[in-house]
Design a binder for this molecule. Structure first.
Ligand SMILES: Cc1cc2nc3c(=O)[nH]c(=O)nc-3n(C[C@H](O)[C@H](O)[C@H](O)COP(=O)(O)O)c2cc1C
Length: 489
């Protein structure tokens, strides 16, 4: 897909686009997307920055587009068409996270889906039907006994005219109703009447989420075939509360939807390839209660594992301790320390692709105390003697079974390019994906990433993207790498 950033257009072009959009009753973004739809779908984005020319062999044709706020999203070769003309029925429940549904609707529509909103009575206390309707460009449905809509049994029509039903936020109450088969308002009746896949994004206070009743309902719904995204761990709207219960971010929901919309016969360009991914931090024990760790969340590595799996690769994910569900399309091994991670990676060899995303601790304590180390009155802290951990990426780079495509992530806080280039050589890797993890960037633990891809031929700067989009784009590059390799053979 070709792309433009509307705010980068000159005033005359913007005005022409504005007029054309107004004439056709569309937003500027929609109009631009439709215009671009006519252009060669494999054309490379105009905002693709290149610090140094990359050789044609490492050049990857990419599908990506710019959203209304200038952010760039990568569209997977696998599911780039997943959203086009798809009809999503979005049921909005009555929780604080209901405000996020406006962003969710916008992002789905930017990708070419139509969104028909259903709001529960409680949802309308949190976000107005007027805002939802304006963003969705459709009427909000909320009344089961609406005389205009129900003359032809509208609730059945609503449930059947969708390709997918999404419930976001899914309240504890909605989950309970679904699990029990209640049908006493429009949302629950539509959910009972549907024959389409249902994806739900729960959002509630951690105590409500961990309540045995909700957990029972979760199990029932899972065995009924309902798909889940989240909830995530984090801070709650209620001050001072934190835990599992935050609704998944809109982009995470978009990716889950994209996956559900991909037909079973979608192309699997990485079928037959085996990939090993590491993700998250490592924990290096000092004594039974203390350890050395870092702020890595595992979001980037897990997103890459999921995207590779969706592209058809056989994926082995070796994950450090993270608060994330295992990706659907990977076999996940859980480890704590760098040494355990290295051993799991070695056991998973041979592989065609290895991507070392984990933030492996460089050092560990020389000794691990059997008992909790005690503070001794009057004495200062005892010094910790450290020793180096194994270098997993370097080990793979010089391994007899070196994967044919070896990719390392470099997290730097200064002189990013210089350090990443040195790492490429030292570790005998093919690509280094370098990200600046200075605290002000919010990369560690956050949802976005700004990376540079460093190869022996040059450096590409990728724009700031959601981590799931970085994953899609990286997978697109990997697909192209193997396509080129096949052509060269
Ligand atoms: C301020 C406020 C915030 C609420 N937030 C949530 C929430 O995040 N998740 C939830 O399950 N219920 C939440 N509730 C309770 C629901 O609104 C309540 O259970 C309601 O009946 C849900 O209706 P629905 O499932 O039909 O949308 C909240 C209630 C209030 C007053």
């Amino acid at each position: 897909m070709a792309s433009i950033t509307i705010r980068n257009l000159d005033e005359a072009a913007k005005q022409a686009l504005r007029e054309r959009a107004a004439q056709n009753g569309r937003s500027m973004e929609e109009e631009a997307r439709l215009l671009l739809g006519g252009i060669n779908s494999d054309q490379t984005s105009t905002n693709y920055q290149r610090d140094k020319p990359i050789s044609p062999t490492s050049y990857a044709p990419l599908n990506r587009m710019n959203t209304s706020d200038g952010e760039t999203i990568a569209i997977s070769k696998v599911n780039s068409k997943a959203f086009a003309s798809k009809r999503i029925l979005l049921i909005i429940g009555g929780g604080i996270a209901a405000y996020k549904c406006l962003d969710l609707i916008r992002r789905l529509r930017e990708r070419g889906a139509t969104v028909r909103p259903v709001m529960t009575k409680a949802a309308q206390e949190f976000v107005t039907p007027l805002s939802v309707s304006a963003i969705a460009n459709d009427k909000v449905f909320s009344d089961l006994f609406d005389r205009d809509d129900e003359h032809d049994i509208g609730h059945i029509r609503l449930s059947r005219e969708a390709d997918l039903i999404v419930v976001a936020p899914a309240t504890a109450d909605l989950m309970a109703k679904m699990a029990q088969g209640h049908a006493n308002d429009l949302a629950s009746t539509v959910l009972m009447a549907t024959d389409k896949p249902v994806l739900i994004a729960p959002a509630m206070n951690p105590a409500m989420w961990s309540h045995p009743a909700t957990q029972r309902n979760l199990q029932t719904l899972q065995s009924d075939g309902i798909q889940f995204i989240g909830p995530n761990a984090g801070e709650m709207a209620e001050s001072g509360e934190a835990g599992l219960g935050r609704m998944a971010e809109p982009m995470e929901i978009v990716h889950a939807i994209g996956h559900l919309l991909v037909p079973d016969d979608a192309p699997k360009p990485l079928a037959g390839k085996r990939a090993i991914i590491t993700s998250g931090p490592t924990h290096e024990p000092i004594d039974p209660v203390r350890y050395i760790a870092n702020r890595s969340s595992g979001k980037q590595g897990h997103a890459i594992a999921e995207a590779l799996g969706r592209a058809g690769a056989e994926v082995i994910l070796v994950s450090g301790p993270v608060e994330l569900p295992d990706p659907q399309h990977a076999e996940t091994f859980h480890v704590q320390t760098a040494r355990e991670m290295q051993s799991a990676v070695e056991k998973a060899l041979p592989a065609d692709i290895a991507i070392m995303v984990a933030a492996v601790a460089d050092w560990r304590s020389v000794t691990e105390a059997d008992e909790k180390m005690k503070k001794e009155n009057g004495k200062g802290p005892s010094s910790l003697k450290l020793t180096e951990n194994p270098d997993i990426l370097k080990g793979l780079g010089h391994h007899a079974k070196r994967p044919s495509l070896l990719i390392g992530f470099a997290a730097e806080t200064q002189e990013l390019e210089k350090h990443a280039k040195a790492k490429l050589k030292r570790k005998n890797a093919d690509w280094i994906i370098a990200n600046d993890v200075s605290p002000e960037g919010g990369v560690m633990g956050g949802d976005k990433n700004t990376v540079k891809r460093i190869t022996s031929s040059g450096i590409e700067s990728w724009p700031k993207m959601n981590k799931a989009d970085v994953a899609e784009r990286l997978v697109n590059e990997i697909i192209s790498h193997f396509e080129v390799e096949t052509l060269e053979v």
